[in-house]
Design a protein around this ligand. Sequence first.
Ligand SMILES: Nc1ncnc2c1ncn2[C@@H]1O[C@H](COP(=O)(O)OP(=O)(O)OP(=O)(O)O)[C@@H](O)[C@H]1O
Length: 296
Amino acid sequence: MNVISTRQLSKSYGTTVALRDLDLEVRPGEVYGLLGPNGAGKTTTLRLLIDVIRPTRGSIRLFGAHMSPRLRGRIGYLPGDLVLYDRLTGADYLGFCGALREHPDLSEALRLAKRLDLDLDRRTDELSKGNRQKLGIVQAFAHRPELVILDEPASGLDPLAQREFHTYLREYVDGGGTVLFSSHVLSEVEHVADRVGILLAGRLVVEDTVTSLKANAVRELTFTFGEEVAAASFSGIPGVQAAVQVSGTEIRCRVTGAVGELVRTAARFPLLNVTSHEPDLEDIFVHYTEEHSDDD
Ligand SMILES: Nc1ncnc2c1ncn2[C@@H]1O[C@H](COP(=O)(O)OP(=O)(O)OP(=O)(O)O)[C@@H](O)[C@H]1O
């Protein structure tokens, strides 16, 4: 049974369609990263899942059931717009959240706060942006939820805190937890997520593992020859999308899938060097964003 399962989930605000027909499945024990440019519908999706806003259409199942007060206790949530009570210390705030959730045991919260180097004795209005974010993360995990939904968790965290947080996320899923998070930080998604979904203008345009997305993405191979070679010699080869003449002796090819035929063709000429630019998640993200804007 999937931890999260949505069918044709849609949300409109007046005439603005924020989310269209989202079918999302998040499996037990996985870290799922939701990517998208500003306004793509990420926050809307997360808010729908935790039931702070209601769908215009479609359905949501969490652990196979509709949202209920009992189910809410099994879920942790970091909102994108975290509101803290300024006069409380971090420890007071966590105690308050624990009381609301009827989970007074703060041992997990204290452990995570220590790992993130967060001082819980300071008043929340004295905390820096990054430390407020750490407090938000700590409250999301404090009651040992089975699922956490995090809206831009990396926002404001310094690289050390980010690294510690990612290690903690891995431990959390290894211990049976499940994570859905949104992010703009593509390197974070690349390192942490098992699967990635890209939302564009409210639609899920692609969903896959990071490894598979990269394997199927467009790569660039640049060939340097010992004599002049025409780019036209490389057009029509399976997988080659474009062959560009960089100079008389240098040709750059954009290619998808296997490169065997392309490399065999290049080897028929006096080949001196080949360099390959491997796509990262940013290239893939830009590719889908550009492709989508072409459709508009
Ligand atoms: N309360 C609201 N009233 C009207 N429109 C809204 C509301 N909330 C969101 N929207 C619109 O819905 C669309 C999706 O917004 P959403 O906040 O879900 O995007 P996002 O992917 O989280 O963006 P960001 O990365 O900027 O946080 C946007 O066009 C936004 O303007």
